[in-house]
Ligand binder design. Structure first.
Ligand code: NAD
Length: 340
């Protein structure tokens, strides 16, 4: 089809595999080229996509005027240089989460994209899952009331990364869900973590706890851990009216909404209030079964065609990096409170 856009993919490893498959399956995209510095990765992919041009040299993608957009699925420390070259070659950019290894670089990429009217999409895949879309819908409808707290646990016997700690690896998921669904910006952050397993000279934390503060009317807590014997992917959001539990390990009823909370019956004055529990019904909304990356690939195409942002814009990506960087700083400084 003539209105297809041409995409190049850089990084054909674990996640790059999924990116290649989804762009290739899309009716909006032509998987034009792909690059990986590792020959073995390339030869595996060549068999799957015989019509795609494979190369070890990323410049071939930047220099090709027929390529409209480039998706970058390489390790975090390389995102900035590759994304900068992509945007400076006048191509739209899809960058894996987290957008960059520091906030300044994230801001710089946003500026280049804005100055050149290019779309910068950050692959916070979770945002495109039907579950997170449902959570956003429930919160926006006002059903939960005002959000009071967000509590998430993302732990398992995970893959120990060699270039980033557990905060940079797992917390982008929770921070992006929090930012997208609740919409409020935290005012300060503190974190504690430890490298209880020493496997790298860099002392990378394998377990961490993040606290995000919102002017005392909401609080968020995120627990990430590569060392848990059980896999837990759970988020609880408490509101003034109802509470929501998202358990991503469930095959059905991933989201449950509880008509529970507290009622405050005031006596003469606020210091004499009685706080009473209210336990009501629970229901589980029906959630569609769609692949998030497919949704995201379509959304990236639509944003480019309509000259708009995706819901996981460079701005959201930069907000996430700001929080990650501040949490990291706090963790290295005895949980010091960092203002955002
Ligand atoms: N959105 C998600 O849910 C999700 C899930 C997993 C990983 N990721 C992200 O995807 C990225 C890649 O992670 P992964 O697990 O696939 O890693 P990986 O190590 O499996 O794959 C990375 C690939 O990039 C290649 N590479 C490295 N530098 C390169 C360069 N300069 N030019 C070309 N190729 C290069 C490597 O040879 C390797 O094949 C990371 O940023 C990670 O955070 C996102």
């Amino acid at each position: 089809m003539s209105n297809k856009l041409n995409v190049g993919v850089i990084g054909c490893g674990y996640w790059g595999n999924h990116i290649l498959r989804n762009f290739n399956n899309s009716e909006n995209w032509n998987l034009h080229s792909a690059c990986d510095t590792d020959k073995n990765q390339l030869s595996k992919q060549k068999q799957l996509y015989p019509d795609t041009h494979f190369t070890q040299d990323a410049d071939e993608l930047f220099d090709n005027p027929n390529i409209d957009a480039i998706a970058i699925a390489t390790p975090v420390f390389s995102h900035f240089e590759l994304a900068k070259k992509t945007l400076e070659s006048n191509k739209h950019a899809w960058v894996e989460k987290p957008l960059t290894a520091n906030y300044q670089e994230a801001l710089a990429l946003n500026k280049i994209a804005k100055d050149n009217n290019l779309c910068l999409n950050v692959d916070h895949t979770y945002i495109y899952t039907p579950s997170v879309q449902m959570i956003k819908e429930v919160i926006d409808s006002g059903e939960l009331g005002d959000p009071l707290y967000f509590d998430s646990v993302r732990i398992n016997l995970g893959l120990f990364q060699h270039d980033i700690n557990v905060v940079w690896d797992l917390a982008p998921h929770d921070i992006s869900i929090l930012d997208y669904c609740i919409g409020k910006k935290p005012t300060s952050v503190s974190a504690s973590g430890a490298s209880v397993i020493k496997y790298s000279k860099k002392e990378l934390e394998n377990i961490a706890y993040l606290n995000l503060n919102y002017n005392n009317d909401m609080i968020a807590h995120i627990h990430v851990n590569w060392l848990s014997p059980v896999k837990i992917r759970k988020i609880i959001i408490g509101g003034t009216k109802k509470m929501l539990v998202f358990d991503d390990m469930q095959n059905s009823e991933k989201i449950r909404i509880y008509d529970s909370g507290v009622n405050i019956n005031s006596k003469e004055d606020i210091y004499n209030s009685l706080v009473q529990y209210r336990i009501g019904d629970m229901y589980s909304p029906k959630i569609d079964n769609k692949e998030a990356l497919k949704e995201e690939v379509d959304s990236f195409y639509n944003a480019i065609i309509n000259k708009s942002d995706t819901i996981t814009s460079g701005q959201l990506g930069a907000d996430v990096v700001n929080i990650l960087e501040s949490a990291n700083k706090s963790m290295k400084n005895n949980s010091q409170l960092i203002q955002l």
